[in-house]
Every structure is written in structure tokens, then in C-alpha cells.
Design a protein around this ligand. Structure first.
Ligand SMILES: Cc1ncc(COP(=O)(O)O)c(C=O)c1O
Length: 382
């Protein structure tokens, strides 16, 4: 049997990883500034992470949500403390899409409505509910189509008010910072208006922090830069540093009933061990403060590089917009400079989503190599 060919792949096989580096099967070392779609939060094969998962694997790897799994409680407690949402409850899932799927269901169970407001440029995942609130018709199959989603222009508070005032809207969902869309952060005004209007019209406010969460931007969740609380917060990616795990943080205004939500694998012992290890390291190594300081300084340096048009983002969620489409630049960075970066649906923007403990010298190294790479490409274009 062959694999269903849906991914455009680099001709590279990675066989080893440590910190912010990965090695291919030929022994070549690459600097990883992408973390496999923002997943590697505490660095590859972090010793505490490996030890925690190994220890758990030797005890029990999995049992379903039909018995007590106390490591789930440890994870929920530590997440509540570190994220500043100690009074929220946690539902554990396996991915970002599944987290969003469950958030939409919770919202709809809560106010019995169906319509959702999402933003232009959004990405929320590929499953039924998540894909229809994603602004990309190419990945929406006819079976997913629904009249229940309204896309408003990014950051448009007037459009938000116009639609919310009908009193028919179940939920507003926005990414803390749009990632796949090209690293665009909603304004403080947008989040604060959304909070106020959602309260007024009994609409549920969902912050999708699957990519922008877990300390990457200098707050645990990016929407916290606006000083508001969302009703539901969805997470995944950095939560497990590569082990599949996701979650929904749920405001006390939602009341759980047996059978309301469920999953076979979500919250399994091994995934929770990974999740606990990630939170331990984020706390012990002060990675949130580090990401904020180092990332914001890096952003200022990146802005000065010749060929860079604009740098967006916060902390270590960075979008570098070039004056030319970035596909070739990214390919050259991998081939000639051994550096992984990410693309986005804005073809001019490179995404940098490294581990939160990326060292200063690795940022400096990138700046040098990137400058040289852009010079080379600009000369070739002239
Ligand atoms: C903001 C956001 N939400 C949801 C998802 C979907 O996550 P997953 O691929 O784990 O289903 C992604 C994935 O890129 C994302 O960036």
C-alpha cells in the first residue's frame, strides 16, 4: 500500500532531534525555527519530557475515560495555575480541530443557537465544524457546507456589532494571533468589543489558541494581551511538544453532564505525562517571559534586514513579510543554510515558530544566514 499523497514534502528524512536542532538520515544538522507547525514548545527531546513520558510508559500508557486518571487532574491544575484560568475546567482532546469541534458544541449546547462568526483569514482545522469556520473554501467539501457561518473582515468591530445585535449568534471565534493566515493579531479593541458584545447578547466567545497559546507570545494565551477572558479557549500543538494532545478550557458558566462530550484517546496517561512535562518546563525555565523578551528583541532586529518588508507578531510567533514571494527563499534556507522555517497562506510571509527556549546565538545565527540568503536571492532577481 502507498501513502495517500496530500503533503508537499521536502526530500529530507529526520532521524534525530535535540533542542532547536534536527538531523537528517545523512547526518546533516538543521536549525528548526518552525517546530513542525509550532508544535515544539520546550525543544526537541527535552530531558524532563523524555523522562516523564518514559516513566509513564513503564507504568501504564493508556486506559479509557472510564476510570480515574489522576494525571489528568494534575495537568488541569498546573494548566489552570500557569495560564491564569484556575477556575476554568478542562476537557482533553487529541488535536486542535477536535478542541474547536468540542468548543463549538459546548457553545451551541449552552445557548441552543447555530450561527458562528469567524474572521476572514482564519484557520481552525479540517474536521466538520472546524473547517466551515476556516476561511478557505478549497478545503471545505460539499458535505461540510453550511449557511451557519458568517465571516467578517479581520478586526472589524462594526461588522461584529451588526451581526451580534441580531441576537442569533451562538459564538464568535478568533485566533489569538492568526497563524496560517500569515501572523495577524486582532487589536485590543477587537477583543474588548467582542467580550462586551458577547456578554450583552449571550453569545459565547471562543479564543482559538491552538497555535498562539502555550506562552509563545509572552502571555500564556495571546488574547490575554487584550486583558479579557474568553468563555472557551482551545489549545493543542505546543501543549504536548509533539505528543498529540489538545484541550478546551471551559468557563464555570458551562455545566458538564455525563455523556455531553467524549473521546477514546483524549486525556490518555501518556499524553497527560507529556502535557505535565511541558508545563513543568515552561514554569521552571521561565519560558513565557523568555519568549516575550527574546522574541520582541528579535522582531526589532529582523525588521532591519534588507529585503524584509514588514515583521508582525509577538514574542516567538513571528511573521516576516518579504518583498517577494517566500517559497524559493524558504527552499534555499533549507537546502543551502540548513534552516527550517514555515510558510503561510500569505505567500509573502515566512513564519518563525521556534521552541520557546531558542538561544540568543541561534537567533543571531539566523539573522546572519537570512541576510546572506536574501542578498543572494535579490541579486539573482536583479
Ligand atoms: C489556530 C489553529 N487552530 C486549529 C488548528 C488545527 O489543529 P490540528 O491540526 O491539531 O487539528 C490549527 C492548525 O494549524 C491552527 O493553527
Amino acid at each position: 500500500m502507498k501513502l495517500f499523497n496530500v503533503y508537499e514534502l521536502f526530500d529530507i528524512e529526520l532521524v534525530k532531534a535535540q533542542g532547536s536542532y534536527v538531523w537528517d538520515s545523512k547526518g546533516k544538522r538543521y536549525l528548526d525555527l518552525y517546530g513542525g507547525h509550532a508544535v515544539i514548545s520546550i525543544g526537541h527531546t527535552h530531558p524532563h519530557y523524555v523522562a516523564k513520558i518514559t516513566e509513564q510508559l513503564n507504568k501504564i500508557a493508556f486506559y479509557s475515560n472510564s476510570v480515574q486518571i489522576t494525571i489528568q487532574e494534575e495537568l488541569a491544575y498546573k494548566l489552570g495555575e500557569l495560564s491564569g484560568y484556575p477556575d476554568y475546567e478542562l476537557f482533553l482532546t487529541n488535536s486542535g480541530a477536535e478542541s474547536n469541534e468540542n468548543a463549538l458544541k459546548l457553545a451551541s449546547f449552552y445557548n441552543r443557537r447555530k450561527k458562528v462568526i469567524a474572521l476572514k483569514g482564519s484557520f481552525h482545522g479540517r474536521t466538520e465544524g472546524a473547517v466551515v469556520i476556516t476561511d478557505n473554501p478549497k478545503i471545505v467539501a460539499p458535505i461540510n457546507e453550511t449557511p451557519n457561518v458568517i465571516f467578517i473582515p479581520f478586526d472589524d468591530v462594526e461588522a461584529l456589532e451588526k451581526h451580534l445585535s441580531t441576537g442569533e449568534i451562538c459564538a464568535v471565534i478568533a485566533e489569538g494571533i492568526q497563524g496560517v493566515g500569515g501572523v495577524f493579531m486582532p487589536s485590543v479593541e477587537f477583543w474588548q468589543t467582542a467580550r462586551q458584545l458577547c456578554d450583552k447578547y449571550d453569545t459565547v466567545l471562543i479564543a482559538d489558541e491552538v497555535q498562539s497559546g502555550y506562552g509563545r507570545t509572552g502571555k500564556f494565551f495571546a488574547h490575554q494581551h487584550a486583558g479579557i477572558q474568553a468563555d472557551l479557549i482551545t489549545t493543542a500543538k505546543g501543549m504536548g511538544n509533539g505528543f498529540p494532545i489538545g484541550g478546551v478550557l471551559i468557563s464555570p458558566k458551562f455545566k458538564a453532564t455525563y455523556g455531553m462530550l467524549g473521546t477514546t484517546f483524549g486525556g490518555n496517561h501518556l499524553a497527560c505525562a507529556a502535557g505535565v512535562a511541558v508545563l513543568d518546563v515552561i514554569k521552571e525555565e521561565n519560558l513565557i517571559q523568555r519568549a516575550e523578551k527574546a522574541g520582541n528583541e528579535w522582531i526589532e532586529k529582523l525588521k532591519k534586514i534588507e529585503g524584509v518588508k514588514e515583521v508582525r507578531g509577538k514574542g516567538l510567533m513571528i511573521g516576516v513579510a518579504l518583498e517577494m514571494p517566500c517559497k524559493e527563499v524558504r527552499n534555499i534556507l533549507v537546502k543551502d543554510y540548513q534552516i527550517f522555517t514555515g510558510s503561510s497562506s500569505d505567500k509573502y510571509t515566512i513564519r518563525l515558530l521556534p521552541a520557546l527556549n531558542l538561544a540568543q546565538q541561534e537567533m543571531d545565527f539566523f539573522n546572519e544566514q537570512f541576510t546572506a540568503c536574501l542578498e543572494k536571492v535579490l541579486v539573482a532577481v536583479e
